[in-house]
Design a protein around this ligand. Structure first.
Ligand code: HEM
Length: 326
């Protein structure tokens, strides 16, 4: 009997603890309109500029892979920490911070000090992808914001477009993501852009002898060379990553990669591993394949759980660009 009572107490305690994070209704008393506000503001921004959807999704990925999904990527440099994650080369082309800031500002009016920037970023990315008719995934709420943001950690952990498959698998495994997650999430490159400066070497000086990466389809390499001329110091010109349907969240990425037309070495590298390669071919050749309907959402739900902070492990920032009390 005593054992049963102890068991029920433990079960209740476990539920309370889990509800801090796992329960999507965690703001139901403190900020019931949170999802509605996020959706409304995100939809407005996306209507004006649909290209912010890939931008937001990429911010979320870059947040979660460094120190977990704690909004550390949003912190601006300050005199006391002049090298935050945001202030690094891999994060220099992130886009969409204004959407997160606008949602946060309205939430601070509605329910001050309640909803974390980490939750806002997760919601904004999901709502943005849904707003361009992409897949929906569940976003559990209640995580806290981190107080640490280090450029060195962004440089060490954000996967490079020049990486080979071994390194990419290591980057993902380090945060508990599998090779399947790697190929599924990389297919986010079905939307959005890549800057020419990131493929200069691939196009014009792959091994230091003025050559082109032999793994790129020659006709695609020629097209890319037209759009991305050989220049030094151009950080503005860009090309779509999915040149067939650049703004549609679809499964075209797999066909593109299989035809050696992936934009980055990291996209092409997915053909160099049995699991990732088989996934690509399964998506291409199976009718009603699982990427859109199931896999992307499942891998996103894993991504947004990485290293979350709850309770006293973090804070709810007042503004997303700075830790409280700065
Ligand atoms: C596997 C390793 C990955 C590498 C090496 C990589 C690298 C890159 C690079 C270099 C760009 C171009 C950025 C620019 O030129 O502005 C880019 C864009 C993008 N990436 Fe990735 N990425 C990876 C995985 C992911 C994942 C997991 C996601 C999301 C789940 C993602 C989402 C995006 C999106 C949506 C864009 C377009 C951004 C925009 O249009 O502004 N990427 N990625």
């Amino acid at each position: 009997m005593a054992f049963l009572r102890l068991f029920s107490i433990l079960a209740i305690l476990a539920m309370v603890n889990a509800s801090e994070y796992d329960d999507s209704t965690c703001y139901s008393h403190t900020c019931p309109k949170v999802e509605k506000i996020s959706k409304k503001i995100t939809e407005k921004f996306i209507k004006d500029d649909p290209t912010l959807a890939p931008g937001l999704l990429r911010i979320l990925f870059h947040d979660c892979i460094v120190r977990g999904c704690d909004a550390s990527v949003l912190i601006d440099p300050t005199p006391s920490n002049n090298a935050t994650e945001k202030d690094t080369v891999p994060n220099s082309t992130l886009r969409g911070f204004q959407v997160v800031d606008a949602i946060k500002a309205e939430l601070e009016q509605e329910c001050p000090g309640v909803v974390s920037c980490a939750d806002v970023l997760s919601l904004a990315a999901r709502d943005a992808i849904v707003a361009i008719n992409g897949p929906w995934w569940n976003v559990p709420l209640g995580r806290k914001d981190g107080k640490i943001s280090l450029a060195s950690e962004a440089l060490a952990n954000i996967p490079s477009p020049f990486s080979n498959i071994t390194v990419l698998k290591q980057n993902f495994a380090a945060v508990g993501l599998t090779p399947k997650d790697l190929v599924v999430l990389s297919a986010a490159h079905t939307i959005g852009i890549g800057h020419c400066f990131l493929i200069q070497r691939r196009l014009y000086n792959f091994t230091g002898k003025g050559d082109t990466d032999p793994s790129i389809d020659p006709s695609y390499a020629a097209e890319l060379k037209e759009k991305c001329p050989k220049v030094v110091g151009d950080f503005k010109t860009f090309v779509p990553m999915d040149f067939i349907t650049p703004t549609t969240f679809d499964e075209n990425y797999f066909g593109i990669v299989a035809k050696n037309k992936g934009l980055f070495q990291s996209d092409a590298a997915l053909l160099n591993d049995e699991t990732t390669k088989n996934y690509i071919y399964t998506q291409i050749y199976t009718q009603g394949a699982s990427f859109i309907g199931k896999d992307f959402a499942e891998s996103m739900e894993k991504l947004i759980q990485i290293g979350i902070l709850t309770g006293d492990q973090g804070e709810v920032r007042k503004i997303c660009g700075a830790v409280n009390g700065y």
